[in-house]
Each structure stands twice: as C-alpha cells, then as structure tokens.
Design a protein around this ligand. Structure first.
Ligand SMILES: *[C@@H]1O[C@H](CO)[C@@H](O)[C@H](O)[C@H]1NC(C)=O
Ligand SMILES: *[C@@H]1O[C@H](CO)[C@@H](O)[C@H](O)[C@H]1NC(C)=O
Ligand SMILES: *[C@@H]1O[C@H](CO)[C@@H](O)[C@H](O)[C@H]1NC(C)=O
Ligand SMILES: *[C@@H]1O[C@H](CO)[C@@H](O)[C@H](O)[C@H]1NC(C)=O
Ligand SMILES: *[C@@H]1O[C@H](CO)[C@@H](O)[C@H](O)[C@H]1NC(C)=O
Ligand SMILES: *[C@@H]1O[C@H](CO)[C@@H](O)[C@H](O)[C@H]1NC(C)=O
Ligand SMILES: *[C@@H]1O[C@H](CO)[C@@H](O)[C@H](O)[C@H]1NC(C)=O
Ligand SMILES: *[C@@H]1O[C@H](CO)[C@@H](O)[C@H](O)[C@H]1NC(C)=O
Ligand SMILES: *[C@@H]1O[C@H](CO)[C@@H](O)[C@H](O)[C@H]1NC(C)=O
Length: 843
C-alpha cells in the first residue's frame, strides 16, 4: 500500500480511533497514530511524508485544515525509510524516535535531555499552541524538560520565541527546509544577531545577510514597517537578564497564522483563510529593493521614493565615494564625508531624517535611560559621533549613537524612526533652508498653528466655493451627456486568442485604421459613454471580437512615451477581479485604450435600482465584496507595481456573466514606487461620497484612501443605497453616518437592503458592516490594509470595534448625478469642474 494512500487516510480521519493525547513510557506513538493537542485539537503530531517523498518524518501539523501544513519536524535530517517508526519515552525520560526493527540501535532522533534515572515519571503532551512538551511530574509539580518551541523548524508560530536564552545559551531561530519535499536543514535562517548591544533579527540566505528585520524600536521591529498591532496580531519583545525574545500573538486564537521561512530566504506571514480553504499571505520580506541588506553602500540611505531616478542617496554631509559609479546607478561603494567638511567645529548640528530604518546597530553605542536632549548633547560632545536616534520609540528615550560608517539605512513613508545626522554649520544651513529643519521647537509650534488656521480658512472658502459650484453644476449637469458610468467593458481572462506572442508583456498595438473601422468611424451609434477623459465606443474587430475603445481627449498634454509607459504598466495587470486592458493605439494626436467589450452592467445598476437589486442575494453580494477586495489588494500589493485606484465606486465595478466583479477605469490610478506609501496631488479628483477626508481636503492619497472608498462601497452593497442618498429617515448626513448611528445603537442590521428580506446570515452581515466602518474611519492609520480586510472578511474571528467614521460632504447639496472627474491615465489632467475646487485645496 502506498505511503500517500496511507497519508490520505491519516489526514481524512485525524481525530479517529488511534488518537492519544499524551505519550508516556508505557504508551508510545506508532506510525499511523496521531496525538491531538489538548482541549481544542488544533494540532496533530504523528508521522508523515512530505509531498513527493516516501521518507517518514515525525512532525506536527494543523489538524483541522484541508491543506497539509507541517509546522515542526523532529527528525528533519534523519528520515525514516519505513513506516515502522515509534516515538517513545525511554528509561532516561528522553523522547526517542526509533525504527521499530532496530530499537536497540541508536535512536534516529532524541530530545537529548539529561535527567536523573530516578525520576522517570515523564510524559509528553501536545499543547494547543502547537508546542510539544516533555514534562517530568514529581510531587505534584510539573517541570518542562524539553519543548519543541525551543527548536523551531521553518515555521514561526504564535507564542513561539525567536531569540536566545541568556541563562542556558539556547538559540532559537528558524531554518528553512531543503526543499518542499525535504524538511532537512536548509540554507536560509532567520535569527537574532547578538553582535552589538541591541540584538537584531536578520534573515540570512547561505550565511549572507539578506534582510535586517531589525532591532526592536519600542514599537516594532525597525525593518517591518507593516507590523500593525491592532487588527490581527500583537508583537512583543523581551530583552532582560534571562532572555532576548521576539514573540507574536494572534489576537484571536481561532485565527490560524504562521510565518514561514522559505528555502530562498523569504519570510512569509500567512493567515488561514477558512472561507476559501487556503493560506493567505499578509506580509513577506524582503519585499522591496530597499529591504535588502546594504542595498546601498555605507553612509547612504535607500529611498524607494527615488526609484525612477536612483534608490541610493548619500546621508546629509556625505557624498558618493565614486561619482562615476553613482552616475551609473551603482550605489554599492557608498558615500564618504564631503571633502572639505571638518567635523568638531563650532556651529555643528543635526539634520533630522524622519521615517527611516536606523542604521545597523551592531557597531553602535547604546545608552538606555537618557533623554533625547542628553543624547543629543552626548553626540555633539563626541567628535566621532556621526548620528543618533532614540533606543525606545515608545518612550522617546534611550540613546543609540554611531561612530563609524553607517550601514543599511532606509526610508519608509508612513512609520519609522527619526535619525539625527551630524553635519557642519554649512550643511546645517543648507538643510534648514530646504526643510525648515533644525528650527527651534517654538517656531515649529507656531508653524503648526499657522498651518491649522490657514487650513480652516481654506476649508471655509472651499466649502463656499463648492456650494456655489455644485449649484451651478446642477443646473448644467443634465445637459452633459455623462454616461461615463454606463461604460461597460469586459475583458476575458485569457488573451491567448490575441496574436501577441512576441511581446507578451506589452499590450497589443492597434493601428488607427483598424480601430476606426471597428468603431465605424467612431459613429455616434457606437458611443457607449463620455467623461472628462474623452469618449468610449463599442467596436468590432475583423475577427469578430468586440472591444471597447476609450478615446482620450486630444488636449491630454501627455507625451507618447509617457502614454506608452503607462499603458504598458496597466497591461501587465492581470487579475480575475480587474478588467484587462487589451491594447492601445497612438497615432498622430490620437490616444486610445482598447478593452474587451461585454454588454453587461456595472454594480450601481444592480444595487441602486429598485427592481434590479433584488436580483442580488446575500451570497452574491458577499462574493462581490470579496472579489472587489481581492482586486484592490492585487493593485495595492500583489502586483509588482503599487497602484492606488483613486476612483473606486459602484459604477466602476463591472460584473461579468457570473456576477464576478471586475474593477474598471484606471483613469485616475496612480502608480507608486514599490514602497511609496503616500503622495500628494495638487488636483483632487474622484467621486463625492467615496473620497477619503485626507484626500479630499489635503490631496493626500495612499492605499488607505482606496480602503476608505472600499468601505463606502461595502456599506452601499449591504444597504442597497448610495452613500450620498438622503432617504435615511434620520438626521444623518450620509449613509456611513447613518450606519454609524445604528451601529452605536446596536441596530446595525436595520440598514440591510430590504429586498434581502430576512434571508441573510446576521453574523456575517454584521461582520461586513463592522469591516466597512473600520475602513471609513477618519484616521488613516486606524483603517485596516486590504490584506487585513480580506482576513477579517474571510474568517470568523472577532475584530476590533470601529471608531466614528469621517463625514464628508455632509450636506444636501449633492448633484443628482455623481460628478465624476475623469482625467488622463497619468492622473495629470482633470477635466470637469472639480479642478476648480481642488486648486483651492491644492498646494
Ligand atoms: C474544525 O473545523 C470545523 C469546521 O471547519 C469546526 O466546526 C471545528 O470547530 C474545528 N475544530 C477545531 C478544533 O478547530
Ligand atoms: C534511510 O535511507 C537513507 C538513504 O537510503 C539513509 O541515508 C538513511 O540513513 C536511512 N534512514 C534510516 C533511519 O535508516
Ligand atoms: C521489520 O520487521 C518485520 C517483522 O519483524 C518485517 O516484516 C519487516 O520487513 C521489517 N522491515 C524492515 C524494513 O526491515
Ligand atoms: C508518577 O506519576 C503518577 C501519576 O501521575 C504518580 O502517582 C506517581 O507518584 C509518580 N511517581 C513519581 C516517582 O513521581
Ligand atoms: C518529592 O518528595 C519527597 C518527599 O516528600 C522528597 O524526598 C523528594 O526530594 C521530592 N522530589 C522532588 C523532585 O522534589
Ligand atoms: C548561541 O549563539 C551564540 C552566539 O552566536 C553562541 O555563542 C552559542 O554557543 C550558541 N548556543 C548554542 C547552544 O548553540
Ligand atoms: C546551500 O548552499 C550550498 C553552498 O552554498 C549549495 O551548494 C546548496 O545547493 C544550497 N542548498 C540549497 C537547498 O539551496
Ligand atoms: C568646499 O567648500 C566650498 C566653500 O567653502 C564650496 O564652494 C565647495 O562646494 C565645497 N566643496 C564640496 C565638495 O563640498
Ligand atoms: C520603552 O518605553 C516604554 C514606555 O515607556 C516601556 O514600557 C518599555 O518597557 C520601554 N522598553 C524598553 C526596552 O526599555
């Protein structure tokens, strides 16, 4: 009988007859039996064979999920070749693994504890955390002799410690498997580096540092900007006389999560997505160029904002060691002190670099328990001190100083430390002029007050102007044939039919003649819609394929190269929840985008229509919500580019024949550098009701502004009403305000679309509403990321309570039609009147 069949049996009937819960000297575990974890039975311990392997290993895996996920292996380097393995406790109280036929020989694996032969009253238990512990019980007191958590494999489980024990010398680190079919010790490790005062976690591949995940800054690991505490995980760091350990916890124990170190050195944080029955990746690292250890050489800073030009920049007061290499975009030789700078003269000061991962601390000096002022003075007094930062971000105290070359510094855009780099008077003056840095605190405060007053003044003016503008618009609104929202396009998943094999990455280039003939010379009869960007036409190619052609306005001001680049980028996006661009056409003045055509409707047609909305039952709505979330996540994270859509709304969600949602209209999408998190725009474009407050008011957009729009969309889908509709019966400015009122009164289900009747699962719907409210919170940092949204939607685990949402455009002056400010593909041109308003907000 084949092993795999055997394994199948094992997996199909895990909690069956042969499941024990402890191993004692009299009760060993044979191949074929499994040990289930106490209480909840979340984990199982037994013998298994990895995929494509016949070797037998003793391991621990998740008991209750459909995909075999082994989290720990005992005999990883000494596989058994038979199915006659036995795990037992021997006379010395040790856990030993034998091949049954050779039980007199040396064990294949052993826990190697040394206990006195007197006390053999040992037992081994699998705990619900996935920890397998060997316990010695004597005189009513239990002592843990050995535990699997002390010897991690390639999987970092919640509650597991990574680091070292100062007393016993035990090092706890992750080591990858050799390959997915061989759990043997591989080449990649994730461990705590002990050089220097502050221990730092590193990812290594073949003993070379791959990524410095960093020291603990008091708030997070310095290199893991994505460590958000609130939604799913909590992170802890212990550094005391006993141990140095990094630990994480899943806030809800029912949510299964692991961090997996892959053979290549990538660390992936995964969450089990119960609804879909597979692991979902929340984070991986190294993810960006700048995550790679010393991507730029000494005394430089890796800045992903500068991706288009050059990632590496010298720290203040430094210049490239080799101008030539720098010019050729090779930053490896790093930077040196500027030639005619002499330190230790009067007038020196510090340039503040905000939101950075501070340099490698292995050679830094650390002085805990001093304030930042003392730290500054200490650094200034010491001529060799090149920079300082705080050792504990949460108390803003403690002092780290660097006295030599600074390595592996990078820039983040939303969270990070502040690094103070020492410069001479000249340099200081230069930076002060540029950034206003180095100015006394009093001035800063003044500036802040001034900024706030100006902001409120502008806001007032803007409100008045907007009122005026909307009033005028309303009068003219109906004249404009803005059928933008009824623009239907559909793109088939697979483009194989297209003869595009030569440049599979590049979009198809259509010639003007074929487009002209396909659209019958852009005949008005074929016109599908029009927006600020231009018009959309239906077309039919010679081979019978229907297409939708978006003919961009001629006055776009965009050059051919820019247009080509943009289109090439967009054409690379492939996801079942995104409409796909097929190609483009640019000849003479013409700029056109070609999509597949489908005579189907967009989401607004269904959810906001009295009769149509009953077509969508709850399950379909949930699938739509989930599909949209997946599409946005792809834009934000999964694709190599980071894309902010900026105009998510019901009319931009198209539904295919199976009601699978597809996000369309990337007219306003902004492509970010891989790590850029936030940007500002001078022109605020988008749609009222879906715009996040920071975007509408300050022109600041980030992935979290899309999260906001998604939240609005989610609530609209649940309620079957537009956010901007006003039949809420109560004095609430908009739908999200109304939902919030009901939520606080515990009556959130009142908003559910009446056409759903009672036929919906209350718990799931409430969960959706809660997620929706979390997404529309005022504070950007309180909004979850799209991956967190997906985890929250896909699992039953309890989630955080939302706070009061942002109310925006909270008056009755909405136009009947959604004003859709459309622009060219590069986000540079907004055509309709919103530009008027936004120039006031703009800066
Ligand atoms: C195992 O999964 C089933 C169905 O998904 C669930 O009902 C049960 O509570 C789970 N058991 C454990 C121990 O997680
Ligand atoms: C299993 O076979 C491999 C190779 O044939 C050998 O190296 C290994 O020692 C064997 N394991 C045992 C437990 O006999
Ligand atoms: C183990 O022993 C049993 C009987 O004692 C025998 O049938 C079996 O073939 C042996 N297996 C191996 C791998 O030697
Ligand atoms: C071993 O454990 C059993 C039951 O757990 C207990 O009755 C016995 O006293 C223990 N023996 C020793 C030597 O501790
Ligand atoms: C257990 O208790 C006995 C007497 O009560 C004592 O002699 C023995 O040292 C104790 N063993 C341990 C391990 O504490
Ligand atoms: C743990 O690592 C440290 C430093 O790398 C080393 O000195 C020590 O021997 C290691 N301890 C064990 C038990 O391997
Ligand atoms: C590990 O590293 C060695 C030498 O650096 C290499 O030969 C081997 O292929 C690597 N193994 C894996 C699994 O990458
Ligand atoms: C050296 O200093 C002079 C002025 O003192 C300045 O003009 C020049 O740019 C400096 N050179 C460098 C390489 O910074
Ligand atoms: C950092 O500061 C916080 C708040 O004061 C404190 O709770 C924490 O223990 C400090 N951490 C270290 C490592 O000193």
């Amino acid at each position: 009988m084949s092993y795999s069949f055997f394994l199948l049996l094992l997996l199909l009937y895990p909690p069956c007859c042969n499941s024990l819960d402890t191993i004692t000297p009299h009760q060993p575990l044979n191949d074929g039996d499994v040990l289930l974890s106490k209480d909840r039975g979340a984990f199982a311990l037994g013998f298994f064979s990895p995929a494509n392997s016949k070797s037998r290993y003793l391991g621990i895996w998740f008991n209750n999920i459909s995909q075999q996920t082994v989290v720990w292996v005992a005999n990883r380097d000494t596989p058994l070749n038979t199915t006659s393995g036995v795990l037992s406790i021997n006379n010395h109280g040790n856990l030993v693994l034998h091949d049954h036929n050779n039980s007199f020989l040396k064990p294949v694996w052993s826990s190697h504890v040394s206990v006195s032969t007197m006390s053999t009253n040992a037992s081994a238990k699998l705990l619900d955390t996935g920890n397998f512990v060997l316990i010695q019980s004597s005189n009513n007191s239990d002592k843990v002799l050995w535990q699997s958590f002390d010897y991690p494999g390639n999987t970092y489980l919640p509650y597991m410690k990574l680091g070292f024990d100062r007393k016993t010398g035990l090092n706890r680190s992750l080591t990858s498997w050799k390959s997915p079919s061989d759990p043997g010790t591989g080449n990649a490790t994730y461990k705590m580096d002990r050089t220097g005062f502050l221990p730092q976690l590193f990812l290594y591949a073949n003993n070379a540092p791959l990524m410095r995940v960093g020291p603990w800054t008091g708030l997070r690991l310095a290199g893991a900007a994505e460590m958000t505490q609130d939604f799913i995980f909590s992170f802890f760091f212990i550094d005391d006389s006993n141990e140095v350990s990094s630990i994480y916890r899943v806030n809800d124990p029912n949510l299964l999560s692991i961090s997996l170190l892959e053979e290549t050195g990538y660390l992936r944080r995964l969450v089990w997505q119960g609804r879909e029955g597979k692991w979902f990746e929340l984070w991986n690292g190294p993810r960006e160029e700048c995550d790679h250890y010393r991507r730029c050489g000494s005394n430089s800073i890796c800045n992903p904002y500068h991706e288009e030009t050059f990632l590496c920049q010298c720290l203040p007061g430094f210049e490239p060691k080799s101008e030539r290499e720098w010019y050729l975009k090779d930053g490896s030789s790093g930077c040196v002190r500027k030639a005619n700078v002499s330190t230790c003269r009067s007038g020196e000061g510090f340039v503040e670099l905000e939101l950075v991962k501070a340099p490698d601390t292995s050679k830094a000096s650390v002085n805990l328990g001093v304030s930042m002022e003392e730290c500054r003075d200490m650094c200034l007094r010491d001529c060799s001190c090149a920079a300082y930062t705080s050792a504990n971000q949460s108390s803003n105290s403690g002092c780290i100083t660097w006295h030599g070359d600074m390595e592996d510094t990078r820039k983040f855009s939303q969270v990070g430390q502040t690094l103070f780099v020492r410069v001479d008077a000249l340099e200081l003056a230069k930076y002060a002029k540029h950034n206003g840095h180095g100015s006394p605190i009093g001035k800063k405060k003044m500036a802040a007050i001034l900024a706030v007053s100006i902001f409120f003044f502008l806001f007032l003016v803007a409100t008045i102007v907007m009122y005026w503008f909307l009033k005028v618009r309303k009068q003219f609104g109906r004249r404009r044939n803005n059928k933008h929202s009824s623009f239907r396009i559909h793109v088939e998943e697979n483009l194989q039919n297209f003869d595009n094999s030569k440049h599979s990455d590049l979009p198809l280039l259509f010639d003007l003649a074929s487009i002209t003939s396909a659209t019958e010379r852009f005949s008005p009869a074929n016109k599908l819609g029009q927006g600020g960007f231009g018009s959309v036409y239906k077309g039919c190619l010679i081979n019978g394929r229907e297409i939708a052609v978006k003919r961009l306005s001629k006055n776009s001001g965009q050059g051919t190269e820019e247009f080509k680049n943009e289109v090439t980028l967009l054409a690379k996006l492939q996801h079942r929840n995104l409409v796909r661009l097929l190609g483009c056409c640019f000849e003479k003045e013409e700029r056109m985008l070609v999509y597949e055509y489908l005579p189907n409707k967009s989401l607004d047609f269904f959810i906001f229509d009295e009769t149509q909305r009953s077509i969508l039952n709850w399950d379909q709505r949930f699938e739509i919500i989930f599909g949209i979330a997946r599409g946005i996540l792809y834009l934000h994270q999964d694709s190599r580019l980071k894309i902010i859509h900026r105009d998510l709304k019901a009319s931009n969600i198209l539904l295919d024949a199976t009601m699978n949602p597809k996000i369309s209209d990337f007219g306003m999408a902004k492509i970010f550098g891989e790590d850029q998190i936030q940007a500002r725009t001078r022109r605020v474009v988008g749609t009222y009701g879906y715009m996040s407050p920071e975007y509408a008011m300050e022109g600041q957009y980030s992935t979290k502004s899309d999260v906001f729009s998604f939240g609005v969309l989610l609530l609209e889908i649940v309620a079957g009403k537009r956010n901007t509709d006003h039949d809420h019966g109560r004095s609430s400015p908009n739908l999200i305000g109304y939902v919030w009122i009901l939520w606080t009164e515990g009556k959130a289900l009142d908003i559910v679309d009446s056409s759903l009747g009672q036929s919906y699962p209350c718990a799931t719907v409430l969960r959706c509403i809660q997620v929706g409210l979390l997404c529309v919170q005022e504070n950007v940092n309180n909004r979850p990321s799209m991956s967190e949204v997906i985890v929250m939607l896909g699992n039953e685990a309890p989630i955080r309570q939302p706070q009061k949402p942002a109310f925006l455009f909270n008056d009755s002056r909405e136009p009947e039609q959604e004003p859709s400010a459309a622009i060219m593909e590069d986000g540079s041109l907004s055509v309709n009147g919103i530009t008027t308003t936004s120039t006031i907000f703009g800066r």
